[in-house]
Structure formats: C-alpha cells, structure tokens
Design a binder for this molecule. Sequence first.
Ligand code: NAD
Length: 310
Amino acid sequence: MKTKIHVTVIGAGAVGVAAAVSILHGRVASRLTLFDVVADKARGEALDLAHAAPLFGGATIEGGGHDDIHGGDLCIVTAGAKQRPGEDRLSLLARNEKALDDITEALERHPLPRVVLVVTNPVDVMTEAMRRRLAPKGVRVLGSGTLLDTLRLRHALSGLLAISPESIHASVVGEHGDSSVCLLDSGRAGGLPLADAFRAKGIALDDELRRTLAANVRGAAYQIIARKGATSHAIGVAVARITRAIVADERVVLPVSAPIDDATCAGIPCVLGEDGASPLALTSLSVREQAEVEQSLSILKQRCAELRSA
Ligand code: NAD
C-alpha cells in the first residue's frame, strides 16, 4: 500500500460497511477502522473484512466501540437512524442530531481528523451541524450531498438516451431529499444539451418527462427501502469515490454537501481535493432551475436554523 492513510468509519451498519468494502477494494486506505455504539458489531464486521486483507493490498482493518472513537486522517460518519418505509429524511433530524453530538464529543477527545465526510441523514443538515462544531477547529467538513441523486439521474438518462452514463453530465443539486433539483436545462449528453439529445431520439424533454425523471430520482430510496429495508450499495461506492478524490487530491468536480452561506449546507458542485470540498457557484441556471433551487435551499435554511447549535 503506497498511501499511508487511516480512514475511520463511524457507524458499522449497512452504509458504513458498504463504504468500507468499496474503500478497501479501491485500495484508498492503508488502515481502516470501523466504530459503532454496538462495539461487537464493529469488531465483528472488521474481523470479517480483515480476513480479506491479503486481497486488499494488506490494509489493516480494526473495529471498536463508541469509547474507542478517534478520527484518523479522514473520518466518515454513517451512524444514526435510517428511514423507515415511507418516512422522509428530514424527519430523522431530531434523532440523528443527538448521535452526531455524541460522535463529535468523542472525536474531540483525540487529535482531530483533517476531513470529516458526513453521510447520516438528513445529510445536508447533519453536515451543517458537524461543520459548526468542527470547522472552527480546522476540520474540513463535507457531506455526501446529492452525489447519489446525481448517479440516479445519470442512470435514468442513460437508459432513455442509450448513451453511457459516463458521457452524461447532468447534476442534481440542493437537498439530498424530497426537494432535490435535477438540472436538466443545464445538463449535457455527449456534449449536446439534453433537450437536443432527447430530440435526436424522437423524445421531447417536456414537463411530463421532467416530472418523471425528478420522481425517479426522489423516489429511488423509498422504492429500495420498501423492498430491502435500506439503501447501501450505491451510497457505499459513492462514499468511496469522494474519499478517493480527497485522499488523492484529484480536484475532480462532484456534487457534495458544502456551505452555501455561513449557516447552511446543501448539495452543490464542488472541487474535491486534500482540503475537502470547495463549492463552485451555481451560474447559468434556467429560470425554472433557479426557482427550484431557491425552493430547495429555503427548506434547508429553515431546517439548519432549527439546529440546537444554531
Ligand atoms: P443502520 O441502522 O444499518 O446503521 C446505523 C449504525 O449506526 C448502527 O449500527 C448503529 O448502532 C450505529 N450508531 C447509532 N448511533 C451511534 C453513535 N452515536 N455512535 C456510533 N454508532 C452509532 O443504518 P444505515 O442503513 O447504515 O444508514 C445509516 C445512515 O445513513 C442513516 O441516517 C441513513 O438515512 C443514511 N443514508 C444516507 C445516504 C446518503 O446519500 N447520504 C444514503 C443511504 C443512507
């Protein structure tokens, strides 16, 4: 293993373990530690994963309980309650704010990590809560934001256009949740504006198709949760992608949760590198996109204003 990076994952549930597996497959970390309030869960998952260490480039894999928490170089927070079938993400706020308070206190007992990546929902509000606590101490805080939503949009567009998702550049911004905004007017496929790419297939990018795509993105988690109880695989891969971009100082642009003002975080395209996420301005939006983004940001501003640390 060339890179001597210690990644810690707090919350050894479905998302934390999926992220750990993807990070180890990608050989992004030389050492990975899982922590959970249920210490045996973290230790058991770590032991199970450690047996694959010879196939993960010899990474050191350990587990621990809440009292053992420390941040390493880059700390990923996936601890807390998940959505029950039909429940929205914002309703997790009260339950998960307490979990994040406990975790922040535990982290502060040791040298702090350089970067904290928040995944726990509602991710934008949780990122802001963590940022208020840790940014004044020099920690770069970001959240997984709308990267997963963006992957879902690109997957849907790829199916309709029969173009590889790698050639589709269309982002979802704003809340990772029910008010997320698909930037279809600004999106491109193979260099063409999306409307032109659709026209070439004999499809109109009309209001009905826009509503279908937005419903597809916003409803994806509900559909998966109704079937298997939680989403885990795609978010695990997305978290590993963000981690690699930071560890390797890639300067790649991905939509993650970052400050849009001094009291709110939201999903916005950011340059990712060793200093965490540097937001890019959302310019050249259509009138329709601008209105939807303002609506989504106003929901997040209101929820961030309700944080106990406000
Ligand atoms: P899970 O129930 O499988 O795992 C959560 C784990 O957190 C549990 O093992 C629990 O014991 C642990 N935990 C709770 N409080 C803790 C604390 N104070 N310290 C340490 N560990 C603690 O849930 P999951 O499916 O892994 O989901 C985890 C979170 O990730 C949820 O909030 C979920 O909504 C969120 N999520 C976010 C995204 C995203 O795109 N941001 C996607 C999927 C899930």
